[in-house]
Design a protein. Sequence first.
Length: 462
Amino acid sequence: MKRIGNFRIILFFTVLTFLLTVGVVYAWERLLMSPLYSYYESRYPGPEYADYRWRMAQRIEHFFISVTVDVVVVTLLLRLINSQEHRLRLSEKRYRSLFEQAADGIAVVSARDHRLVEANNKLVEMLGCRADDLLGKHVSDALKLRDESGRERAGFQTWNGEREFAIKLSSGGELPVSVSCGKLTTGRETLIMLILRDLTEKKRLESEKGDMERQLYQSAKLASLGELSAGVAHEINNPLNCIVNFAALLKEDRVARNEAEEKMIQGIIDEGDRIAEIVRDLLTFARQSPDVPSRTPLSPVINDSVSLFGWHLAKSGIRVEIDIPEAVSPVLADPSRLRQVVVNMISNARYALESGASPARVIRISARDLEKDGRQWVRLEFYDNGVGISREIIEKVFDPFFTTRRDGGGTGLGLSLSFGIIRDYGGTISVESEERDYSRFIIILPAARSVEPQYAENIAGR
């Protein structure tokens, strides 16, 4: 196409030059030639000047025709060149604007030595540096792409389609990006264009989606298990009462027994009581409570719950720090059920601290108002610097009957009950932890002042 365009221009100016020459010659012969010849005959009369007059007339004729045609052609050619340059500048400005204002980061790399020759504003913003810091650098040094395994790519090779990487930033953090590349060939060199798309928002939405799916899955498990638990608990309760009562009668019987027999009877009673406690937890887990959520200040619930553990916490050298400002909004919940959640949180934190080796054992309970999605919430946080939770089991902590302290009497229902209670009030509960470092349980509940009466009735089940 370019060759065809050039041929058309050459053809146009060839025809134009021919037509102009014909026109100028015609104008010369009709208008100027006779007066010029008459002037030279009067100026140089006689046959001795005939040859001189002819040569001067020819020179002037050739000069006039040549200059006239050249001036017209060159003028048109310059106008064409200026027009093309103007269009080229506009095109360059338009594409430069598109390049700089693109929503994705764009890096132009030399295919010869893989050094950056161009970087748009978005790429500079993503990397948190200046353009001058990038240009001229090798692409692997400028971008520091890490693959899915976390290893930094050595050297550079092109690929097809999009690939996901993490860019190591100068601030020390990492930025997830998808990178696609393609080759551009100019008249003098071959370039590689890299398009980098920030995946931070996409990753956040995927994480939220995963959390929501896990919450829904957990709710479905709790609902199914609740129905099963109610029937099992009732079936166990009656024979269990008989076993415990018979063991109590044996203990009260005045028949002479040795110490081992007394211990076996007492063991039956103790273990029966333990089973009874598990049965009560199962019934609580399965029961649809008729409680009505109300405006519940957090401070009294927290303080009352902590006081239940006062002696145990002091004996274990555990310090409790409570940070709940007076201005924190009350939540919409039943105080007794919310207290059950708080007791479970403190009990788990106490066990984690007693199992750890930290000399400064701390449980930190804090609450703050939170605005999210145009509504008011309250964020309640339970932190301890105990043994933490390993990555292998952190996804299971809210599963019914999952516990890490079977030998310590754990039933695995505490966190499941807490999950169900918080869910019933329209809230969420999540956990963050580093093994051998800390655990943090985060509860988010609707603030009472932000909840409409109809919403309160809905989550109360009325």
